[in-house]
Design a protein around this ligand. Structure first.
Ligand code: NDP
Ligand code: MN
Length: 398
């Protein structure tokens, strides 16, 4: 066995139905004044924003609401939130929502925590520079209350942000942005409409499949991946067809956590490397949708060129998806693409980049963006790739 290193996130995780209430007693152990970060609509409309504020205030906490987060949050959204946290002297950042709200909360915690009289931008902390500003223990504590099951952001040390000017979408990584407390309330997750369930659920599946075949995987992440892929193949179509199916929601929430914990050590590979530029160039294309359009062709590519170990991994994915595998050969490994396509059909996400109105004239720019911002996932791919390969994969996904 190859030697490996596993990062175990230190956090308090509360999982179950109706436990948004726990926020009140738990958060006051961590801070006194909270910046509550949400998207623009859903949490307010569904009543969870008011519930959170009431709970926190009942315990004597001061709450400042920042509800400006949009999907694929930008540097500007993070910096404005950080300004609010600094001006209001918040000492804890609570993210309530999907990956966008939670990532923004984490990034705000970085900027506000490192404030020393001079305003900084989250982009200064991004790994795209030769010498990014260090993220340290000064980062404010983060509490995450997830409203989607897909990004694993509520249990991970990553936070994604998009730079609109440079059209780059990157993941900030630090153990200090891991939420101290993470609340998974199935009642909030049950409110997801079916289209959100499919997009986010497929995102979680790609985290698992990618971490499983990744060069950076290890026996611990493999365990999480195998169990959670099985949960998703079984339960995502159920959650998609009936949002109120509590068992399916619980299974998806669990799979999302396992995926997050696989991601903390292993690395995603090409589908994430190629999907970030798609959302950076076309912000209206959601992360999970971009992944759905790219994943099947990338799987084929990896299987076409894969060595024995990679082929074996794809055969195991096929088996988890309930394809019968006689002996693990390259031909059999292609069955993994079949199970993924079947799943995509069931959740109505079987689409191409063309369906999403991606234009061929953006391919060159997207390839550059992938190499500039997604070097880690590109290098973690089990098959080495060139610029031409990536260009070809974008074309094949049309
Ligand atoms: P978002 O947080 O972007 O939310 C998508 C939409 O769904 C929003 O319009 C939001 O509304 C709405 N919504 C969220 N929860 C509910 C709910 N329970 N009921 C009804 N509507 C709801 O979705 P994701 O969770 O998929 O996050 C995607 C982001 O996370 C991307 O930026 C992606 O790059 C990033 N990401 C981060 C990772 C990480 O490790 N940190 C890993 C993978 C992806 P509103 O805006 O009004 O709240
Ligand atoms: Mn993802």
């Amino acid at each position: 066995m190859e030697s490996f290193r596993y990062f175990l996130p230190a956090m308090d995780l509360i999982f179950g139905r109706g436990n948004l209430e726990c926020v009140r007693s738990e958060v006051k152990k961590i801070g006194k004044k909270a910046l509550l970060v949400t998207g623009k609509k859903s949490m307010e409309k569904l009543g969870f924003l008011k519930k959170s504020i009431d709970s926190l205030e009942k315990e004597g906490l001061d709450v400042v609401h920042y509800g400006e987060v949009e999907p694929n949050p930008t540097v500007d959204i993070v910096n404005k939130g950080a300004e609010k946290a600094i001006d209001s002297c918040c000492d804890i950042i609570v993210g309530l929502g999907g990956g966008s709200a939670i990532d923004t909360a984490k990034n705000i915690a970085v900027v506000a925590g490192h404030y020393e009289g001079e305003r900084r931008s989250i982009w200064e902390f991004a790994g795209v520079h030769d010498k990014p500003r260090q993220i340290t223990l000064k980062t404010l504590p983060v509490v995450a209350i997830t409203s989607t099951s897909g990004t694993g952001s509520h249990v991970s040390r990553f936070a994604v942000v998009t730079n609109e000017e440079t059209r780059e979408k990157i993941g900030i990584m630090s153990p200090f942005i891991c939420p101290k407390l993470s609340i998974v309330d199935i009642d909030i997750l049950s409110c997801m409409p079916s289209s959100l369930t499919s997009k986010t659920g497929f995102d979680a599946l790609t985290h698992l499949m990618e971490c499983f075949v990744s060069k950076r995987g290890n026996p611990i992440t493999d365990l999480y991946c195998l169990k959670a892929m099985e949960l998703i193949f079984d339960y995502l179509p159920r959650a998609y067809n009936d949002g109120g199916d509590v068992e399916a929601r619980e299974a998806m929430a669990l799979a999302d956590i396992f995926a997050g914990w696989a991601l903390v050590t292993s690395r995603p590979v090409l589908p994430h490397a190629l999907s970030h530029p798609v959302s950076a160039f076309y912000p209206e294309i959601d992360h999970g949708v971009a992944l759905a359009a790219l994943t099947p062709e990338i799987m084929r590519f990896n299987i076409e060129r894969g060595n024995e170990q990679t082929i074996s991994k794809y055969c195991q994915i096929a088996k988890v998806g309930e394809e019968k595998i006689d002996s693990c050969k390259r031909e059999e490994a292609f069955k993994s693409v079949k199970v993924v396509q079947k799943l995509l059909e069931k959740i109505e996400l079987d689409l191409t980049l063309k369906d999403l109105s991606v234009e061929e004239n953006s391919f060159e720019g997207m390839v550059e963006s992938a190499f500039a911002t997604m070097k880690g996932p590109i290098e973690a791919n089990p098959i080495p790739v060139t610029r031409e390969d990536i260009l070809d994969l974008y074309s094949r996904s049309m």
